[in-house]
Design a protein around this ligand. Sequence first.
Ligand code: GDD
Ligand code: MN
Length: 376
Amino acid sequence: WTEGLDHGLSLCGAQQPRRHRVNVLSIVVPTYNENQTVRLLIDQLEEALRGLSYEVIFVDDSSDNTPEVLAQLCADHPRVRCIHREGQRGLATAVLEGFRLARGSVLAVMDADLQHPPEVLTRMYREIGQGADVVIASRHLPGGDDGGLHGIRKVISRTARMIGKAALHRVRSVSDPMSGFFMIRRQVIEGVHLNPVGWKILMEIVVKGRYSHLVEIPYAFRPRAANESKMSPAEMINYLRHVARLVVQSPDDRRFWLFALVGISGVAVNTLLFALLTRWRIFPETAAFVSGSLAMIWNFAWNCGLTWRDAPQSDPLGVTFAKYAAVALIGIAVNLVVLSVLFRLLDVPKEWANLTGIIGGALVNYRLNDRWTWRR
Ligand code: GDD
Ligand code: MN
């Protein structure tokens, strides 16, 4: 209680925990002006989680009378705790604050507005019991439904998902990485530095968390029962910044995108040199050979000094370069094979066939460089 006050927070319910209890499920519910639904949510949780050992932690930033409603709830229900933060906003920081106060060894997050059906929690908890580290309630699996979203929000949501999956390899296999409804073992985030920017705390956990077994289960997202969504255009910009930050902070994703950037710079160097050399009346063939070779050295230098900077340098530089050149040749071979299969056998226009080949070759290049040239 006093500790809460020191931080400008007020806390009702029991004191902060020292040790985490096994077999307790802590459900963190962030609230911002949700006075109409919180009581109903507690009733529904009680119904759905009968026989389970759980606690509910509201982390509230409201500007309406939600704090009073919550205080009454805390007084009525021993399982419910709430914390009110004065003059603060932020969904992700609220969730982390909830995790900090939680006593359970299993942590869940859900919305207060009844869009997340409490019955789903029992299915999620069962998955944890069967060995899952992270369980995500997904709207986008067969059997799931995002009916709560409509029109433009659906399109934006899909685009955002595609961007996240393209940029971050751990997000790629997750159908609903933006879900606000999930459950994790505490160990997944213990000792992990989470950056609470914006809304997508789950993405942060998927990218940085320590887990080996991630499970998704489908559920039907319900329309909002009362009050309104707090999603805003500013949050969408925030999302893009969040993805960019995650790329920088995730070593494998950072390496991949640096490699891509170096590759693009190599194409620019190649094109410029070729233009310059041919202007000096050098044969196009000679010019292409010279600019191609120099671009390759350019790429090698940047990949050495930047992309795989943190790889333990085991081979002498000459050997590393020889490996790099060999990998480049393999990349060209892949490019040719893909091009010719697409163009000759599948009638794909030659430009598209070549582009696909280039991308395929680059992916193989990356893989081989990462595993062999700079074996980490
Ligand atoms: N403490 C706190 N502080 N809570 C907040 C804040 C805040 O600044 N902003 C929103 N909340 C609470 C809301 O009161 C609600 O309980 C929950 O966070 C989600 O907010 P909604 O406004 O209901 O979001 P939504 O339904 O539009 O978005 C949901 O779906 C998204 C995917 O479409 C959420 O689950 C998102 O997390 C999810 O990404
Ligand atoms: Mn909602």
